[in-house]
Design a protein around this ligand. Structure first.
Ligand SMILES: C[S@@+](CC[C@H](N)C(=O)[O-])C[C@H]1O[C@@H](n2cnc3c(N)ncnc32)[C@H](O)[C@@H]1O
Length: 363
């Protein structure tokens, strides 16, 4: 029998799907704005008509009109003269929006997440097949958008917080990185190297070795270190964190939003521990999820499970994994891995961050 509660639930879910569809399409509108440089033109020019935007960004005028109108209707852009003839309407970024959409140095620069989502959209048919067969979808298959999007979203945090907030929260580590003899840092799962470069900038004596399984990421990381003028102290190698053949010792091993992606996380932690100097530590930053599964979950759990079903779990399964955790790496699981890898101490470091929790592994 269908009750009135069932009918309410039906209405609610149907409405939620429409809202979700609208928001998903708006995220792909942001993707177009980023990829085509449309927001950049608007930020540089202050405001633009459809013809001005089309001319300056190099897109077709009819598309420029539709995108501008959609963005204004969605509230991403403002239109100050909506009653004017369409070709005379001027569109601009409202105050504060440029920081989120175009300022690559701002901690609010979250537009790159639209690129990450576009990277997952690229492989959706592959995911359907992978789910049926229990296969993985390799990180590289998600393409440039996902790689660049992750790096661009995380880079401002590394640049502004890694050396001035995060590591100072662990005073003895901070002190070691500043002192002689020059400290050695190993950055595992370094992606495009933004954390490695930020470490080198924050600690001018230190040398940094970044390692990542994805060859395209390592090539881009090398370019980033050269462009930042730190290639003499920052180097990169392609490889699996669990199969390290490098020479230690390292004073610090970092893993920024990477441990949950690794196919052999205990192997990676064991390798890191083997390469540590006597008083060395591993610093892991991973998702700030709850300690246990509850359903329904909060906004963070929903976000992380979203990435998990679309990207992290399939990418890890493509590593022929010992373990495939997905994005939702809970603190008790991490503590168990650390113990299995031989660490005696796992401390949660008191660092205020919306998405990540920080763990220091020692002993
Ligand atoms: C979410 S991204 C984070 C990248 C970077 N740390 C950042 O914060 O921008 C995870 C990274 O882990 C890398 N990765 C996954 N499995 C790995 C493994 N077994 N060994 C080394 N790197 C791995 C991926 O290639 C990817 O670059």
């Amino acid at each position: 029998m269908t009750t009135s509660t069932d009918l309410d639930a039906r209405e609610l879910l149907a409405g939620r799907l429409i809202d979700g569809l609208t928001q998903a399409m708006e995220i792909f509108g942001v993707y177009l704005g980023v990829e085509l440089g449309l927001y950049r033109v608007l930020a540089a020019s202050g405001s633009a008509t459809e013809d001005e935007l089309a001319g300056q960004a190099g897109v077709a005028a009819r598309y420029a009109r539709e995108w501008l109108e959609q963005q204004a209707v969605a509230g991403y852009l403002a239109c100050d003269n909506p009653s004017d003839p369409v070709e005379r309407r001027r569109f601009r970024l409202p105050a504060g929006h440029a920081e989120v959409l175009v300022d690559g140095d701002s901690p609010y620069h979250l537009a790159p997440l639209a690129l990450v989502l576009a990277g997952t959209a690229r492989v959706l048919p592959r995911l359907v097949e992978a789910y049926r067969r229990g296969q993985g979808v390799a990180y590289a298959e998600y393409g440039r958008e996902l790689r660049d999007g992750i790096a661009a979203a995380n880079r401002p945090m590394f640049r502004h917080e890694l050396g001035s907030v995060w590591l100072p929260a662990v005073p003895d580590l901070h002190q070691r990185l500043r002192s002689a003899p020059p400290a050695r840092v190993l950055d595992l799962g370094c992606g495009l190297g933004a954390s490695s470069v930020a470490l080198a900038h924050a600690y001018p004596r230190a040398t940094v070795l970044g390692i990542d399984l994805d060859a395209a990421s390592v090539a881009a990381a090398r370019d980033a270190a050269a462009a930042a003028g730190v290639a003499d102290r920052v180097s990169f190698e392609a490889g699996d964190a669990a199969q390290l053949t490098n020479e230690g010792p390292f004073d610090l091993v970092t893993m920024f939003e990477a441990l949950h992606d690794m196919g052999d996380p205990v192997g990676a932690l064991r390798a890191a521990r083997r390469l540590l100097a006597e008083a060395g530590s591993v610093l892991v930053a991973d998702e700030r999820v709850a300690d246990t599964f509850t359903a329904p979950g909060d906004a963070t759990e929903r976000l992380m499970y979203g990435w998990s079903i679309l990207h992290c779990l399939p990418a890890t399964l493509a590593e022929d994994p010992v373990e495939a955790t997905g994005t939702v790496l809970r603190a008790p699981t991490l503590a168990g891995w650390a113990a299995a890898a031989g660490f005696a101490v796992v401390d949660v470091v008191a660092i205020d961050n919306l998405f990540w929790r920080f763990y220091r592994l020692r002993g």
